[in-house]
Design a protein around this ligand. Structure first.
Ligand code: WT7
Length: 659
């Protein structure tokens, strides 16, 4: 981008200014009436019927919220429904079977597939029949270790159809990460594929899956999708079946959607936390599906006739909620792209928006910062006028990136929704309603109607506007996690212990984010306050990273922190102490990087590995992470006098600046 145009924009859109929703957008928006905030507050929790009403229920629920066993809340209890029916059958029954459900765009530019609602329903039924034939029963957890290929949403919906919760493991995760998750969920079924394309080259995926299976402590039936055909040969082992063959055996099958209770598990999604073990976040059928349908309607302004695109990976919660379940529940066309934004050229996303007349684009700040760096000429090559709304999620967005997105992608005529939420919340919690509220670049906005979020100090008291504090949520919401799989105690410890007053029956959810609030009630989320690093919008636990590093031969101790990164937001900085007899040389550095990739995956690859004879520790023996962060960022170092070993600081700082 030229310096000039950026300066021009800054002048026109000075910081701190707010933007009204564009008139052209408001005229057609799903939600336009400001009174919705008041209405939800007055009618809480019954206001959430409005979300449930977006679905078709087999049996209606008796009660909106059951809070007798808080914080194990239940939503729409005794209601019954099926998620796959809501995402497929009902649209076909409405005569919309010929309309596109999924517009799949392969990485190779000549490869695309459109699934109409009827076609998607047919394949989902065939695969549901196949899963049953393999032995899958209601409530069995099926692990899906797949990249962005259409068989992934097919498998998710097939699971939902027969009441088998899925656990999707991001394809970029390692074999070890797959095995940990399969063991933790006692999952006896795996759907995976031979491989996929990355920047033009076929990438083997099945070897990784097989490796992972080697560490699973029970028997597993595996289905393998043939994504790459002749490009990559693969063999099927014992208890492994090919997807095409299996689906072929069930061609034309019909499988009735099973009746699920609202509170029955729809899926599990593992995410990183403070301790080394990933947490299995449990989401339910009624509350989750209502919530993602509602937020897709109210925030993303999804309408059946739209071609909506969320560029996340389905391996993360964003893809579950806003590529698959939310958009399909509303009967729209959802775009699914296999590749990366810069292949074969840095205008690939804009080409897709242009080709498909995409109406909403939902992406991440890390992507926007990359687009900014590549420059405005790439989007300028294409007609982006079909866009009506832009969204971002995953990490704080800096006002400069927000404004670039607003101007160069949205042509100043699309509202930008900066949506704060988490794997655990199921769907969006804090953002402006695009047809109602003014936008303030850098601030997510007020909590959504019916959501009660606050910024508090360590005592739980509201902090003054402008001051940093901790984000809390003091009322439940339908999309909330119900527990951590097989671990109710950890569920309470991780999210409820900090700010709740159990004796008084007041339960307060703590998302472990820092935040500030302004006079208008707009919340700016400042980032994690636990030991979680947010790399390109992906959550990585420092404990998981550290245990991977100390698992490397020659490493005695490790500390991992997040350092600032222009594109990724944060990057992994690893500090390691060598064992006696080992040198902190390039060989060991390489092995540390490999250790991390093996334990987690390439997304966790450290930006730098710094060897040091000691780590800075307090007198009580705690590693001073803050100091290590300052060192990683090249910031001025704070007070080091409380350290037991202040002399190591200069030594480490010297090594980082040499790098
Ligand atoms: C963490 C949750 C929600 C799907 C993607 C990430 C950070 C998320 C924002 C935002 C500032 C944000 C928070 C949160 N985060 N959205 N709009 N502004 N920070 O899901 O992996 O569960 O991570 O992402 O720190 O706690 P996740």
């Amino acid at each position: 981008m030229s310096e000039e145009s950026e300066g021009e924009l800054e002048a026109r859109l000075p910081e701190g200014e707010s933007f009204e929703p564009p008139e052209s957008f408001v005229e057609q928006a799903n939600v336009t009436d400001e009174s919705i905030y008041e209405e939800f507050e007055e009618n809480w929790p019954d206001c959430w019927e409005r979300a449930a009403d977006l679905l078709d229920w087999e049996a209606s629920y008796d009660q909106v919220l059951e809070d007798g066993d808080a914080p194990f809340y239940e939503w729409f209890a005794d209601g019954t429904l099926n998620a796959s029916y809501n995402c497929l059958d009902r649209h076909v029954e409405d005569g919309r079977g010929d309309e596109a459900a999924i517009e799949w765009v392969g990485e190779p530019t000549d490869e695309t597939r459109t699934y109409t609602y009827q076609e998607l329903l047919d394949e989902v039924q065939e695969f549901a029949a196949a899963l049953r034939a393999l032995g899958v029963e209601e409530d069995d957890v099926v692990t899906l270790y797949m990249p962005m290929i259409p068989e992934l949403p097919v498998a998710m919906l097939a699971c939902a159809r027969i009441g088998a919760p899925h656990s999707v493991v991001f394809a970029g995760f390692s074999a070890d990460a797959l095995a940990t998750r399969m063991n933790s969920a006692d999952s006896e079924y795996l759907v995976t594929c031979d491989g996929y394309y990355r920047r033009g080259d076929p990438l083997n995926h099945k070897d990784k899956a097989d490796d992972g299976l080697g560490s699973v402590d029970h028997g597993v039936e595996t289905v393998v999708v043939d994504r790459l055909g002749d490009e990559l040969e693969h063999d099927l082992g014992d208890r492994q079946r090919g997807y095409d063959e299996l689906v072929g055996e069930h061609a034309g099958a019909t499988v009735d959607p099973v009746t699920r209770d609202a509170e029955d598990m729809l899926f599990l999604m593992y995410t990183s936390g403070t301790t080394g073990k990933p947490k299995g976040v449990k989401h339910t059928t009624g509350g989750y599906l209502s919530y993602v349908a509602w937020t897709s309607h109210a925030v993303l302004d999804v309408k059946p006739e739209d071609t909506y695109w969320c560029s996340a990976d389905i391996g993360w919660i964003t893809g579950h909620s806003y590529i698959v379940y939310g958009p399909l529940a509303l009967g729209t066309s959802t775009v699914m792209y296999e590749g990366t934004p810069d292949y074969p050229e840095k205008d690939r996303l804009w080409e897709i928006v242009d080709d498909y007349d995409v109406t909403q684009l939902y992406t991440a700040p890390t992507a926007i910062r990359a687009f900014m760096k590549w420059g405005e000429d790439y989007p300028a090559r294409h007609d982006l006028s079909s866009l009506r709304l832009l969204g971002t999620v995953g990490e704080p967005i800096n006002p400069r990136a927000w404004k670039w997105y607003y101007k160069h992608i949205g042509d100043e005529s699309c509202p930008v929704v900066d949506t704060w939420w988490q794997t655990e919340t199921g769907g969006m919690m804090i953002t402006t309603l695009p047809g109602v509220g003014d936008m303030k670049p850098g601030s997510a906005g007020p909590p959504l109607p019916g959501v009660s979020a606050n910024v508090v100090d360590t005592n739980g008291d509201d902090v003054e506007p402008g001051k940093a504090g901790y984000l809390t949520v003091d009322k439940p919401w339908p999309g909330m996690l119900r527990t951590l799989y097989h671990n109710d105690d950890r569920f309470i410890d991780e999210y409820w212990e900090e700010y709740s007053d159990e004796a008084a029956g007041e339960w307060v959810y703590f998302p472990e984010d820092g935040a500030k609030i302004d006079d208008d009630g707009y919340i700016t989320v400042l980032g994690r306050v636990d030991d979680v690093i947010n790399v390109s919008g992906h959550r990585l636990g420092t404990m998981e990273l550290e245990s991977a590093i100390v698992g490397v031969e020659g490493v005695a101790e490790a500390a991992v922190v997040g350092g600032d990164h222009d594109i990724k937001g944060e990057a992994v900085y690893a500090y390691a102490i060598t064992e006696d007899g080992y040198e902190g040389d390039d060989d060991l550095r390489e092995r540390v990087v490999e250790g991390v990739e093996d334990a987690i995956g390439p997304i966790a690859r450290p930006e730098a590995v710094i060897f040091s004879p000691e780590l800075p520790k307090t007198r009580s023996g705690k590693i001073m992470r803050r100091l290590l962060e300052d060192i990683a960022n090249g910031d001025e170092l704070g007070n080091t006098s409380t350290l037991r070993n202040p002399e190591v600081v200069d030594d480490i700082a010297g090594k980082v600046s040499d790098d």
